[in-house]
Design a protein. Sequence first.
Length: 566
Amino acid sequence: MTIKALFVAPYAAMENLIDECREQQKELDLTIRIGNLQEGVSLARQAEAEGFDVIISRGGTAKLIGEAVEIPVIDVHVSGYDMLRVLTLANDFPRKKAIVGFPAITGGAKAIIDLLDIPIDMFTIHDEDETEALLRRLKQDGYELIMGDVVTFETASRLGLLGILIQSGRESIFDAFTEAKTVSRWLSQSRQEIDRFKGILQATAEDVMVLSEQGDVVYEQWQDFSSRTIPDIRFEKGTPEDGGANREVVHVANSDGQTVKVIKTKIMINGTAYLVCEFFRQPIHQTALDKVKVHMQPAPLIIHQSEAMNTCLTMINRCLSYDLFVFIGERGTGKDMLARYVHVQKNHGEGLYASVKASDLMDLGPEEIDTEIRTLYIHAFDRVEDGSVKVYWRMIEALKERGITLIFAMTEEQPFGENRIYDDEMIRIHIPALANRNEDLKELVTSFLLHFSQTLGTSAIRMTEKGLNLLAEYSWPGNVSELKALLQEAVILEKGYVIEHPLIERLLNRKGMETGGTSSGLLRGTLEQIEKKIIEKVLEEEGFNQTKAAKRLQINRSTLWRKLKD
């Protein structure tokens, strides 16, 4: 008997794990779809209409689905193994932390916490609407790391807290598969097909889509666009303050690759929240849009246990009243992340953050920078040709008059155009290299393992001390970006829960082999190609410091830049 089953995964990282587990389930014709809470309910209703025999989901999503459909719903429980994995990962974070969840989560966690004597506080909720108020209070009390279900995780992330999603592991998924097969064999196969089609009100007005608090489209009308141009618009929970409207502007690409400006406004009607989305075609030409990347993101977590990084962050926090910054640091040190940190701290979540390459800024006019942008991060500014600097500063002055905070990124401290970077109104921030942040290494590793566990569904949750020691001995010429890339490869290769030192040793040794083997290819190609390879090799060995590389090659810095550009 083949059982047609739908697995509604509340979070994307669960999909890879389900895929691995279903290979051993010959009786299940399994379909996997991603949807949390009401999104999951919509998927479940669709599956019921399509003749599925059983639905598998987890936690609050499974509960809501069970109330909405008439076919069997199997709940994937959180096992002791699942809880132990999360607690082990969180234990390596030297921050104030807590578990927030329903009794089924906190009750199971308490026994493990008491047994292992892990310093984690617990807070039990009985309704998901309690989550945001509780997390706001915990944030005020100094908590930085929050563990819980999907609602807790998403609310924590939105509030700028570091969230860990308590995920179900292989054991729990296998148990759910077994239960699904058992229930499906004795329950009736009859289903009622439910057709629920909403009428679409057409009007000759602006392009608008209205979402209910459950994420359903309750009204839409299109004039400039032929249909729903951006289908994936989410309603983030939270009541507008004082009954007023909360407004947010985002820039997203539609299915045709066109950039669309969306103004999202939360409104309250008779005590019910709705999200009104207005859609506008961007007036900026496509070339300019490709060059300016616009974001609306929560404040990034800045790890600063080391003296070098703590000094850097202290300098930033004391100078937030300024509007002109120069970030000086090697590639991969996290200048963009710190620029986003400045944006959030200065603007408290209002307005947009955008980044643009310095060489592309020349092609833009001030009017082509969206009026919603509050912070503009200009990277690779030290690659500007000396003859173009005055033109750049005219553009910069125009942007500054609009009240935009400007942050310039440079790999080395180098004066440009009348030494403007040394003006009193310009704040220079030196970003430390990873080699000078040994005290941050363990927490950086843990945060990246958490990131990959949440986004890729990988198993590894910690690294042995011997592996960490190997990382500490490496010089990291690519800084934090290189560390993240190495850990991504490690978690993909590691199928267990702990990354052992032989894997790290193998990956680091391979880096050495690649460095040693580079010279064998230096003499291949034309004279110009060989020359460029040598320059790139010297630049890499000098930590991408152009001044040092130019001095070693006995050429001036402008010549070095021109040869790299050619």
